[in-house]
Design a protein around this ligand. Sequence first.
Ligand SMILES: Nc1nc2c(ncn2[C@@H]2O[C@H](COP(=O)(O)OP(=O)(O)OP(=O)(O)O)[C@@H](O)[C@H]2O)c(=O)[nH]1
Ligand SMILES: [Mg+2]
Length: 624
Amino acid sequence: MSAITYKTIALVGNPNCGKTALFNLMTGARQKVANYAGVTVERKVGSLRLKNGQTLSVVDLPGAYSLSPATPDEEVTLQVIEGRRPGEAAPDVIVAVVDATNLRMNLRLVLELLRMGRPVVVAVNMADVARAQGLKLDLQRLELELGCPVVETIAVQQKGHLQLVELLEARFEAYLSIQRPSLGMPAPASPEALQRDVRRILAAVLSGNENRGRFQHRLDAVVMHPVWGLLVLATVLFLIFQAVFSWAAYPMDAIKDLMAATGEWTLTQMPEGPLRSLLVDGVIAGVGGVLVFLPQILILFFFILLLEDSGYLPRAAFLLDNVMGKVGLSGRAFIPLLSSFACAIPGIMATRTIANWKDRLATIMVAPLMTCSARLPVYALLIGAFVPERTVGWFDLRGLTLFGLYVAGVLSAMAVAWVFKRVWMKSSYQPLMLELPPYRVPSMRNLGLGLWERARIFMRRVGGIIFTLMVLLWFLSTYPAPPAGWTEAQGPAILYSAAGMMGQALQHVFSPLGFNWQISIALVPGMAAREVAVGALGTVYSLSAADNAMADALSPVIAQGWSLATAYSLLAWFVFAPQCLSTLAVVRRETNSWRYPLLMAAYLFALAYAAAFVTYRTTLWLGV
Ligand SMILES: Nc1nc2c(ncn2[C@@H]2O[C@H](COP(=O)(O)OP(=O)(O)OP(=O)(O)O)[C@@H](O)[C@H]2O)c(=O)[nH]1
Ligand SMILES: [Mg+2]
């Protein structure tokens, strides 16, 4: 096979036409694929190995409706196509991906790309759906009309990309060497002219009756109904939180037992000494304490991925547009805010799909109030320790409490957005323009990959930042050792250590909130990432256990040691506190200034302190 001269290809197309699915197939990457517009907001690069041994660099891009960008993510796409990114040449070939079921909209961008005079291949994706809908497409005729090669792809089937790869490997080089008549008109065409061209081409290539499912319309009549729709949404969310507790019980117990057994075994196998303590108190009690929450996180993500792939999310955005508009958020903020349930970082990145800067900024500022999955271990630990395992009517009380905490996050985000937009950055209401994708049965492969990816991210955190901080904390909580002549009657040895002293000093700041010195210590490494606080509590309590055995599981220990008021106060703290450095770093990057991350940290700390204080005092006063 002869060598080819081009080295980089870029996937360009309307949002939600399957670019990333195709990219993943071609490069073996695992970028996020989901059924709504605006999933990809950054450029991603992968490589495709050809049969002749050459490697092509493949670039996946955010979706764009046209070459006149309206949002920051579309701007990224245009920059890459035009080679305006520093240190990066324009791609040699553009693969224009189109959704076969929506050519009327998709072909406009293709025409614009062709007018740029760059080498283009058109990949007609979703060929399976088009066939199922009875659409017939004359590909040869389309090639003639467009004057560039056209292939079909099905990005959700294992071999759905092969025709495209074959074309790039063999036919395209020859095609490039032929002098083509230019389409003329290098200048951007008017929207009307584009529309006319698209209509003409469609008339020539498209036949067959489109029979879009009536089922979809019927479903929408319920799902997007102002009353039934909200009921459906509330039920869906509610069931998710019930499942997070009830399904996770067995796997969590299994991990807990495994950790406890490993701890006991280590105690019997190793002589007493610092190394044993590091392993048992630092690693097993600390890191293991966080690991226990993996099943709950995966269950939460299972549902989030299902919702994302089904096409439900943009519908929920429409449903809530009215409510969001009242507090001054754009309906577009819904998906970024919902993504923040997983983690505020992708959520903040997803605000790139919001065109208006003030609307975008307001969304960024409240994204950390959404309950990210790193809060789940903290919430679950405290709920497990303080909320009895009981059912109220049909509902599991623990699931109910967790739901309440999520609602608290959402409501406070709405309140903060309302204040921000009122006093600081007024902007008028912008009607929501959002594409409604068709409902799709979620792809199991996608779901499996997504869960696997989440498990990997969590394990990397556990093995990386959490492990490192736990080892560090163990040292700080063990040294300096207590003075000679110390006996256990004088209090645990940890009180003499660096961390112990710091905890006692910090306690002055936190005692109005009902936090003891153990909590005060745990909050410091917990600044880096929220789950670390759980691990840190594990280590601190394990080290301060009176006898030499490992402290039992953390939850019974705190259930005995803390008052209910302290537990509630800590929960309130975690609803607000900005305990995540990476979020602040991303805000700095996305807003290009230090002002906003600093403002964010300040307002979140103030809210956290106030909320914890009020919660503590109220609970004490009520005497529960
Ligand atoms: N049936 C079918 N579904 C597809 C095909 N290609 C993609 N999908 C689905 O279409 C949805 C969108 O796919 P993505 O790859 O995320 O689309 P994208 O073009 O990258 O979207 P943005 O990043 O938002 O611009 C997902 O639900 C995919 O599973 C296809 O060929 N057939
Ligand atoms: Mg994408």
